[in-house]
Ligand binder design. Structure first.
Ligand SMILES: *Cc1c(COP(=O)(O)O)cnc(C)c1O
Length: 369
């Protein structure tokens, strides 16, 4: 029956214990480091019922079979750890700063060769594929919201025998399901929209490939970057309302992007939902939404962007995204952020508040100076 249910329903029904009289509606928080001998799990680093419930729910939304990790970065590290020394990864030259810094370290230590490309330029990506073991895709990219042509790049890479993984954190399974385009793996920073309340750090990988699943499962056991049972429980609780939250955040983002794009103190808005955005047309061909992160640059450079972020009273000046509350920050305040990101770029993670309240705060912050 689950197969026919729509994602809004699946988010609510998946990962529940089998119904029994007086049995629990929700999975319990399995606070056990070990289990009685004789079963398939055995030890708390290998699995527990709380992870299983969460993994079932993410699988129901994203497809494939899922493993959860201590963080999004732990999930990414597990994927990269499978590659033999000297392998080539092709990845975005402007993506999530943590991924970029890990790739740079792997390259500097001589473990991996990285080809950094502009993911929105399909020709450039395709030219880098010969000799590539893993194409690491992120779309929309963080923080400039570039869109990669996922169906094209994934099918071309697979046709050449290249492994493909997609960081689907920004889009979420409600907007795109990369496994249905043929990707080998889809990764989430569960920390963001799936958990959704800025109170959990966690990551996941989903795959349809059983041998790959078992290699990743071994990597998780060996590296030990496992989620805590309480965090897993919180993340599953968050998933129950994820479609509701994401719907509201997306419609708020669309409206705020429109208003920002005609504000005199804003020089450029990055949001694939805007009709004049260079990525709009492509986004519309395969995405079911445009996400809820809006980036923009302001007149007056870095100092003015810092002033704007500090002037808000509703929006919190903080990093991260995907929670119910709106957050913003000037991305280049982080040394790790790519130098191709403009100094005055503010990344706004649009939350679920009333859109007029968010807009009033943005407007007064922009005009303060
Ligand atoms: C936050 C983030 C990550 C890293 O996830 P953590 O849970 O912070 O380790 C990876 N990719 C993207 C796109 C992110 O936004």
């Amino acid at each position: 029956m689950d197969e026919k249910l729509r994602p809004e329903t699946v988010a609510i029904t998946a990962g529940r214990p089998t119904p029994t009289a007086d049995g629990s509606l929700n999975p319990s928080i399995s606070l056990n480091s070990t289990f009685h001998a004789g079963g398939p799990v055995g030890y708390g680093r290998f699995g527990n019922e709380t992870w299983s419930a969460l993994e079932e729910a993410i699988s129901a939304l994203e497809g494939g079979k899922t493993l959860t990790f201590a963080s999004g970065m732990a999930a990414i590290s597990a994927v990269f750890s499978l590659l033999p020394t000297g392998s080539v990864i092709t990845a975005s030259h402007q993506g999530y700063s943590g991924t970029m810094s890990l790739l740079n370290s792997l390259q500097e230590s001589g473990r991996i060769e990285v080809r950094f490309v502009d993911l929105s330029n399909s020709q450039e990506v395709l030219s880098a594929l010969p000799g590539t073991s893993l194409l690491w895709l992120e779309s929309p990219t963080n923080p400039c919201l570039d869109i990669a042509d996922l169906p094209l790049l994934i099918s071309q890479a697979k046709a050449q025998g290249c492994g493909v993984a997609v960081d689907n954190t920004f889009a979420t399974p409600l907007v795109q399901q990369p496994l249905t385009f043929g990707a080998d793996m889809v990764m989430h920073s569960v920390t963001k929209y799936l958990a959704g309340h800025s109170d959990v750090i966690m990551g996941s990988i989903s795959t349809n490939d059983d041998p790959l699943f078992s290699r990743l499962s071994t990597a998780r056991k060996q590296n030990g970057a496992i989620p805590g049972p309480f965090e897993a429980w919180l993340a599953l609780r968050g998933i129950r309302t994820f479609p509701l939250r994401f719907d509201r955040a997306q419609s708020n983002a669309m409206e705020l992007a429109r208003r920002l794009s005609i504000h005199p103190n804003v020089t450029k808005v990055y949001f694939p939902g805007l009709e004049n955005d260079p990525h709009h047309e492509r986004a519309q061909t395969f995405m079911k939404g445009f996400g809820a992160v809006v980036s923009f640059t302001v007149r007056g450079g870095a100092d003015e962007a810092d002033r704007v972020c500090g002037a808000s009273r509703l929006i919190t000046q903080a990093t991260s995204l995907g929670g119910v509350e709106s957050l913003w920050e000037r991305r280049r305040r982080w040394a790790l952020e790519s130098s191709s990101v403009p100094e005055s770029l503010i990344r706004l993670s649009v939350g679920c508040e009333n859109v007029e309240d968010i807009w009033a705060d943005i407007e007064s912050s922009l005009q303060h100076g």
